[in-house]
Design a protein around this ligand. Structure first.
Ligand code: ACO
Length: 464
């Protein structure tokens, strides 16, 4: 029986191109502070014409394998979570097979999982289940979450972002799943969906998506607590986990989500809530579910009551989501990566709760136990390898005008064929994959920017 199955290693990639939310706010004619304070976002990362979900995932997978010295032959399952549809049949996973085929490994199970921002969690559960199952052949699982979150002009646009994350799965991991404590909530809703296959942009009912998110959170927390209580005989409260990590479409929703858990604990009379907080929240305990989602007073009071706990248990998870934006499937894991970056070896012995949400809708709350781990798969090494500060610092800020221009170009390129890109990879770090061409049969070709720094002129690499 395999023990302590979980995440052994993580790497993250986000594009080197971004726009400041403050500048975007002014450009869009939004009131000052709407994107930065109102949504709580600092910066938005986006792909230019040379990057997409496939190039980002090629980059992050090859980077993880190299940095951890994992032979591609050691991978037995590869699962991708994404909601960025480039092909309705051919999975992103099959593009990634280029890395493995080269090394003679075509014996790799797994395809793509899609349901809005939840696909990465589905992929992760599939890999963990495989390692724990009788069909496990002793090799590693690899999970990739990759998305480019782009919205049409309007209020949702500042909640875009882009990134890819790779996670290596196996036994004796520093990040272990406590699989018996898991609460899911799945139902039918039209809060955010992509019915127009000719456009990359979703149809969004923004207000409904916020309520659906919070309703799913409440439901998952209730189920999670019930399972915990059944298994341990003790009531679960926010005090039983050191950190809470949320899917992060924008930071304000994360603040509201944690406040909602505090409100839940106060209604449940859980031990995490002190007398003062109890008193402040008591007037809201008789509200019906619907009333409680609409109550601005409850929102305000619960956020105020939750503030000190938020600073301690959630703030360290917010760095990358605030700086890059919503990365859809990668968002939750980018928040978790932020925690690993900020707290690394201090996390040993701690429990961390994650909440995954995908519109439409699917949601799960699950629990991880962290251990220092053995090199190279240790918490501190994961933080070092991800090298988040350098990646954030070396980004290039685009003006809002240039960002909008890029979005226009990408609209034309979406679903198009028979074009070559500029192949300008001057802004990309060495080792980054980029799109060179989509030919007359819609076949996509990628090249890799040389690692040795020998040449910035990489336009003549192995297109096809
Ligand atoms: N200074 C400070 N705060 C401000 C200012 C200002 N000048 N102007 C507005 N605000 C606040 C608002 O009060 C509001 O905060 P609140 O929620 O605490 O009241 C916040 O900024 C946003 O303003 P709204 O008017 O509510 O924003 P709008 O409705 O225009 O758009 C929305 C926000 C709905 C989130 C939109 O960006 C969207 O649709 N995004 C995509 C959907 C999404 O991300 N949903 C989340 C779950 S689903 C998923 O992950 C995709």
């Amino acid at each position: 029986m395999t023990k302590n199955v979980g995440i052994l290693a993580i790497d993250i990639y986000f594009p080197p191109t971004c726009v400041q939310q403050e500048a975007l706010e002014t450009h869009d004619g939004a009131s000052k502070g709407k994107y930065t304070i109102g949504l709580g976002q600092d910066c938005l990362g986006f792909c230019t014409e040379v990057e997409d979900v496939i190039s980002m995932s090629l980059t992050v997978v090859s980077s993880l394998l190299e940095k951890y010295n994992v032979d591609p032959k050691q991978i037995g399952r590869l699962e991708v979570g994404s909601e960025t549809v480039i092909d309705k049949s051919k999975s992103i996973k099959t593009f990634l097979m280029q890395i493995f085929e080269k090394c003679g490994n075509t014996d790799i199970e797994g395809v793509d999982s899609t349901n809005a921002c939840y696909g990465g969690t589905a992929a992760l559960f599939n890999c963990v289940n495989w390692v724990e199952s009788s069909s496990w052949d002793g090799r590693y699982g690899l999970v990739v979450c990759t998305d480019s979150a782009v919205y049409a002009e309007g209020p949702a646009r500042p909640t875009g972002g882009a990134a890819a994350i790779a996670m290596l799965i196996g036994p004796d991991a520093p990040i272990v799943f406590e699989s018996k404590f898991r609460g899911s909530h799945m139902s039918h809703a039209y809060d955010f969906y992509k019915p127009n296959l000719a456009s990359e942009y979703p149809v969004v009912d923004g207000k409904l998506s916020q309520t659906c998110y919070l309703m799913a959170l409440d439901s998952c927390y209730k189920t999670f607590c019930a399972k915990y209580e059944k298994s341990t005989g003790k009531q679960f409260s926010l005090s039983d986990a050191a950190y809470f990590v949320f899917h992060s479409p924008y930071n304000k929703l994360v603040q509201k989500s944690f406040a909602r858990l505090v409100f839940n604990d106060s209604v449940r009379k859980a031990s995490s809530i002190d007398e003062g907080a109890k008193e402040k929240l008591a007037p809201f305990s008789t509200l019906s579910g619907d009333e409680s989602y609409q109550s601005r007073d409850l929102e305000k009071v619960s956020q105020q009551v939750a503030k000190p706990l938020f600073e301690a248990k959630v703030q360290p998870t917010t760095l990358i989501p605030k700086q890059v934006g919503n990365m859809y499937t990668a968002s939750l894991y980018a928040a978790f990566a932020s925690l690993l970056h900020n707290k690394n070896s201090e996390l040993a012995g701690k429990r961390v709760i994650l909440f995954s949400y995908g519109s439409g809708l699917t949601a799960t709350m699950f629990s991880l136990q962290l251990h220092e781990g053995q090199q190279p798969f240790s918490l501190s090494n994961i933080a070092t390898v991800m090298n988040v500060p350098t990646k954030l610092k070396s980004r290039h800020e685009f003006s809002p005008e240039k960002f909008v221009e890029t979005m226009h170009l990408m609209e034309h390129r979406y679903g198009a064929k028979d074009f070559v890109t500029s192949k300008d990879c001057s802004l990309l770090a060495p080792g980054t994959y980029y799109l060179t061409e989509v030919d007359y049969m819609y076949r996509r070709f990628y090249a890799k920017k040389p690692v040795d720094g020998a040449s910035e002129n990489c336009s003549l690499t192995n297109g096809h």
